[in-house]
Ligand binder design. Structure first.
Ligand SMILES: [Zn+2]
Length: 328
């Protein structure tokens, strides 16, 4: 049995997991990122976490095939470079090169959303499907597509910025410089913003108390929906409609077998998906919908680690074949 390490690097925590060839998590550890202490501190910590996992499990380190890491922001997966990660304050960091020197095996990196969707495609809600389109709903919204076991990148590794399509009738400024982007509505942040705006405009709702205490979250909106609160129902219905319109473009372009919806926002489940499905019935050719299944992500917590490990296995095997080919 060979093993891979998958790393999910976030602005707050690093999760590092030891994963087997069947994409099962053998064990994992979690540590604070402490990005302010510098790139070397973060890379040394990753190397220490890998040592810790092999010490804990007693597995033979010579069976480690490769390391994969999912990193937020813009990534060049071919060069293994983090081009820009705003929450880590990283610019042009050669993560793959520097970490592989520390750990002694090849290291492969990609954007955290692509790694998550790759995990769902290989071992989660999209397993066995040919074309898997995945969307993560968190503080923002991003998408990625896996076609027959390979990620689709587009020109400049830019494919998947579905969160930054401008939506008619929306005008909230977005961090990308545009206004009215899909993620200003379809994200945990967007759901809370909609609730706050409606409450400030005088709308009646059981959400008012948590808003006035400054504690309003997207989870409160889901709870209020379950209690039949009209404002919460309106917000999640509208959010699902906007997501449905965005996905109508994805579906028409990609004809996916499965759409996986992940990230914290996916926990809203059918409160959101029902409205997505209704919008799609009105927005796309029925032939697509007959083939399509929309599923909540199965690997909400572990998808980034499993996906990074699966990606590392894919890349390491390709590297091995290309090296074997060039030696002949
Ligand atoms: Zn935007």
């Amino acid at each position: 049995m060979q093993y891979m390490i998958g790393i999910d690097l976030g602005g707050t925590n690093i999760v590092c997991g030891l994963v087997n060839e069947r994409y099962e998590m053998v064990d994992k550890v979690k540590r604070p990122t402490e990005a302010a202490l510098g790139v070397d501190h973060v890379l040394d910590k990753m190397a220490d976490m890998i040592d810790e996992l092999f010490a804990k499990t007693g597995l033979d380190r010579s069976h480690l095939l490769a390391v994969g890491a999912g990193i937020p922001g813009f990534i060049d997966p071919e060069r293994g470079v983090s081009i820009f990660a705003s929450n880590l304050k990283w610019h042009d960091v050669d993560v793959a090169g520097r970490l592989s020197v520390k750990v002694g095996v090849p290291v492969f990196i990609d954007n955290d959303v692509r790694m998550y969707v790759y995990g769902e495609a290989m071992s989660g809600a999209g397993r066995g499907a040919g074309v898997v389109h995945g969307v993560t709903i968190g503080t923002g919204l991003a998408a990625a597509t896996v076609v027959n076991g390979e990620l689709y990148y587009g020109s400049g590794f830019m494919a998947g910025e579905l969160g930054h399509v401008a939506i008619d009738g929306e005008s909230t400024p977005c961090g990308c410089g545009l206004a009215g982007c899909l993620e200003t509505v379809v994200s945990a942040t967007g759901i809370v913003r909609q609730a706050k705006q409606a409450l400030d405009a005088g709308r009646d709702s059981i959400l008012r108390d948590s808003h006035e205490r400054g504690e309003l979250t997207a989870a409160h909106v889901s709870q209020a929906y379950d209690e039949g609160d009209a404002l919460a129902v309106d917000i999640l219905t509208y959010t699902g409609q906007v997501l449905g319109k965005g996905l109508a473009y994805s579906i028409s372009l990609l004809s996916p077998d499965v759409i996986v919806i992940g990230g914290g926002g996916a926990l809203a489940g059918d409160r959101l998906f029902q409205s997505v499905r209704e919008t799609l019935q009105r927005s796309v050719y029925h032939g697509y919908l007959e083939r399509l299944t929309i599923r909540q992500g199965e690997l909400i917590d572990d998808g980034g680690v499993i996906g990074s490990a699966a990606f590392a296995k894919n890349r390491a095997e390709k590297l091995r074949h290309s090296t074997a080919g060039s030696a002949i």
